[in-house]
Design a protein. Structure first.
Lengths: 509, 269
């Protein structure tokens, strides 16, 4: 059973339609003219779309004429501001098919998340916002297909802004895929310090960025800082995104309400609450993902016509703590997903009739070494249950990031048994920014390449571009020779793999 | 503008150099941006937690009046909470008379052996751990700036002991006080050590987690220093002591290293 939607929850708890509508729509009586003029440059953080469906998508922008205002409010006066949007079939906006109004409020840092419905499936659309006399940049997006014979997507993760530029996003934008999967670590919480971790050349940051973030204003400011990158904005404006989170959206290696840094759980939940809030405010995710207190609903499901089912996981919020010993690590009860999300995933896989099941999560599923307990190697029983469920459905395509390396592997029903069936493939995308320039290989390569089911390891920055058809998958692993100096590095395809839809395996092309 | 609610239940406890405040957070119905914490009307910090540590208060007790303002997601501010008056503790290094010390109580470890980053030489320089005699030994060669623990691979992944010897003319008339100041400690594994005086196990000293920077940086006092100093002081009954040589031992059988500022015994005035 899918979890109850946030809307249902809000209705059950008696919150008014008006409060639900904040930032998504506006009352019919609302005036489209701001009560006071908005400073120029209101769209400095760009535009975005996400969570696409066959009939629509979520649009996003956040008004911030002074994006780096230290109070996190982006230089907007603290009153509600009406934001108009329009959706058209062409970039010239001659055929506007939807118009609407959403109210940007200071409660959500003047972000809006209008949910557009009633569109045609499998079609490209263009959108833009207007506030007062200011027009936003134009975004391009696409609805999911009704049937679907071909689906292209990029996967990206781990964009430590301070470690370098984002040529990966520039290239993703150029290719205008049908969707982008972002697999976590959209921001990092660390202080950004010149001479230490600030490797992006030619930039400086103020003292407010040099400390680890903790309050909502600091999380908001960190999103703003990362989002000032023009290539990141371009990738958002080029395609609808499916986002999941990993640890750095809150704090390094946290799990559930446990901080790795000794912050007691009863305190840490307050940090998680503001971190989840800032995630929602700054990204094109549907209202269902608006957190309630310290809890956020991020695992969710989409269907790419009858071609693929998409299952987006949350492998942070419900995970068991790091294992205390080997018996704990291999315990049958142990879960990285939480039991409710596990049931939801297995139902979603078993009831899928699609030839492909795309499962997107924050951390690597493939078995590598028993001491990598931050990823699924710390949760082998949960992994076995997932692989069994994958084995009962169409071919699995696991999408993950986290490790700042490109890795391609075959998903074995039992990784300990090389003769066991391959139930799908895992495409691990390297980082967009984290770890800086990088090298093709490094000291960890042997841990990964020791396994016959691991077919690629590369330690440069980049992204993965995948094409699904009814007969096969093609995955291109793209890297960039450098990112410290500037954003101009040219892409290089380091590996391309093909997998047939049935009998999955990675064939190097 | 709707003011968010003010917090309730503000209370505090003074320690050396710090005051720790706790309060009851507002309910989840209010989306909190942060709590702004004021001492005597001046903003001293912001936190998302219902908890704040006011640091850098020096070593002489001063009473301050604390209040907390709730700032919500829209930037609205609550009325200030009710006030709590809290006094930081006066250190025995201020109130007492030094009997025997090693290092200077100044926020720096630079006068100690191997400082600021010679930890890798510890096994070669102190193969039998530290054994220091007050009045004879030299801090810059004989008292290691770090006391390693069993979690430190660089120190052999074993327990370590620091022995401090000092003379007393007679059994003291009042209890003595131990001051053990750290410039920093491991961020999650500071753990504890067993304290022994003249063969009597006095108890376990539990250290505050630091920033894991004091193994390479000696000064916790410059603006922006990443170190997290901490201060441990406790009374030692006079009956533990004897005329002539006395021996105080720290036995680090848990966790990782601590980085000394100074250690000393103080008599009461």
């Amino acid at each position: 059973m899918p979890p109850p939607s946030r809307r249902t929850f809000l209705q059950l708890t008696g919150l008014s339609a008006a409060s639900v509508a904040i930032g998504v729509t506006a009352p019919a009586s609302a005036d489209a003219t701001p009560p006071r003029p908005i400073p120029d440059g209101a769209f400095a953080l760009g535009v975005a779309s996400g969570d696409p469906r066959p009939d629509g998508f979520v649009l996003w922008t956040r008004l911030a004429p002074t994006p780096l205002a230290t109070d996190g409010h982006g230089g907007i006066p603290t009153h509600p501001v009406p934001v108009q949007y329009e959706v058209a079939e062409g970039s010239g906006f001659k055929q506007v098919v939807r118009r609407g109004l959403a109210i940007a409020t200071p409660e959500l840092a003047h972000a809006v998340h209008p949910e557009v419905r009633g569109l045609r499936p499998g079609r490209e659309y263009f959108y833009r916002f207007r506030v007062g006399t200011q027009l936003s940049p134009i975004g391009r997006t696409k609805t999911l297909p009704a049937t679907g014979d071909r689906f292209t997507f990029a996967t990206a993760s781990c964009q430590a802004w301070y470690h370098g530029y984002f040529p990966a996003h520039r290239d993703i934008a150029r290719r205008t895929p049908d969707a982008v999967f972002f697999l976590g670590d959209y921001i990092y919480e660390y202080g950004i310090v010149a001479g230490d971790n600030l490797w992006r050349q030619g930039v400086t940051v103020g003292p407010e960025h040099t400390v680890e973030i903790e309050t909502l204003e600091q999380y908001r400011l960190r999103y703003s800082l990362f989002k000032t990158d023009p290539d990141l904005q371009a990738a958002h404006a080029a395609a609808p995104w499916f986002l999941v989170w990993d640890d750095h959206e809150v704090q390094n290696n946290y799990g559930a309400d446990n901080s790795l840094y000794g912050i007691p759980p009863e305190l840490f939940v307050h940090r998680r609450a503001v971190a989840y809030r800032a995630f929602y405010e700054n990204l094109p995710v549907a209202l269902d993902s608006l957190p309630q207190g310290p809890d956020g609903q991020l695992y969710r499901r989409y269907d790419v016509g009858s071609l693929a089912r998409v299952l987006l996981l949350d492998t942070r919020q419900y995970r068991d703590p790091l294992p205390v010993n080997e018996a704990d690590r291999v315990s049958e009860q142990r879960t990285i997903m939480g039991h409710e999300q596990e049931s939801w995933l297995y139902d979603g896989l078993r009831h899928s009739s699609a030839p492909w099941n795309i499962v997107a999560g924050g951390v690597v599923l493939t078995a590598i070494t028993d001491d990598r307990t931050e990823q699924w190697d710390g949760y082998p029983a949960n992994r076995r249950r997932v692989l069994e469920a994958m084995g009962q459905a169409g071919t699995a395509v696991m999408l993950t990031g986290d490790i700042h390396r490109h890795v391609a592997s075959e998903l074995k029903l039992d990784f300990a048994d090389p003769t066991s069936r391959t139930v799908g493939v895992e495409l691990v995308c390297s980082s967009v920014g984290s770890n800086g320039d990088g090298t093709d290989t490094d000291q960890y390569a042997k841990d990964w390449l020791q396994h016959p089911y691991v077919k690629l390891y590369n330690a440069r920055r980049g992204y993965v571009h995948t094409t699904l058809t009814r007969s096969e998958l093609t995955a291109e692993f793209v890297t960039f020779p450098y990112i410290h100096a500037d954003a101009n590095a040219e892409p290089r395809v380091v590996a391309t793999f093909r997998s047939p839809v049935r009998d999955p395996r990675l064939e190097a092309l | 503008m709707n003011r968010p609610p003010a917090i309730t239940g503000l209370g505090g406890a003074g320690s050396i150099g710090t005051v720790t405040l706790d309060w009851k957070p507002v309910s989840w119905a209010t989306v909190v941006d942060h709590y702004a914490v004021y001492a005597d009307g001046t903003l001293i910090g912001k936190t998302v937690y219902p908890h704040f540590v006011h640091r850098g208060l020096g070593f002489t007790g001063v009473t301050r009046s604390y209040r907390v303002v709730t700032v919500d997601a829209a930037g609205n501010r609550s009325q200030p909470s009710s006030a709590a008056a809290v006094t930081n503790q006066t250190s025995v290094t201020v109130s007492g008379v030094a009997v025997a010390t090693v290092g200077t109580f100044d926020g720096k470890g630079s006068e100690l052996a191997l400082s600021p980053k010679g930890y890798a030489d510890y096994p070669a320089r102190f193969p039998s751990d530290v054994d220091y005699t007050f009045g004879t030994s030299n801090p810059s060669t004989d008292w290691s700036y770090l006391l390693p623990g069993p979690a430190d691979k660089w120190a052999g992944s074993k327990n370590h002991r620091a022995t401090f010897r000092f003379g007393l003319a007679a059994v003291p008339e009042q209890d003595l006080d131990l001051a053990l100041w750290l410039i920093d400690s491991h961020a999650s594994l500071a753990a504890s050590a067993v304290l022994t005086v003249n063969g009597t196990e006095v108890g376990r000293l539990t250290f505050a987690n630091g920033a894991t920077k004091g193994s390479t940086i000696a000064d916790s006092t410059y603006p922006g220093s990443p170190l997290k100093p901490s201060y441990l002081e406790r009374p030692l009954p006079k009956t533990l002591f004897r005329p002539g040589e006395n021996v105080l031992e720290l036995f680090k059988d848990q966790g990782s290293w601590i980085a000394y500022d100074a250690l000393g015994l103080f008599a009461r005035r």
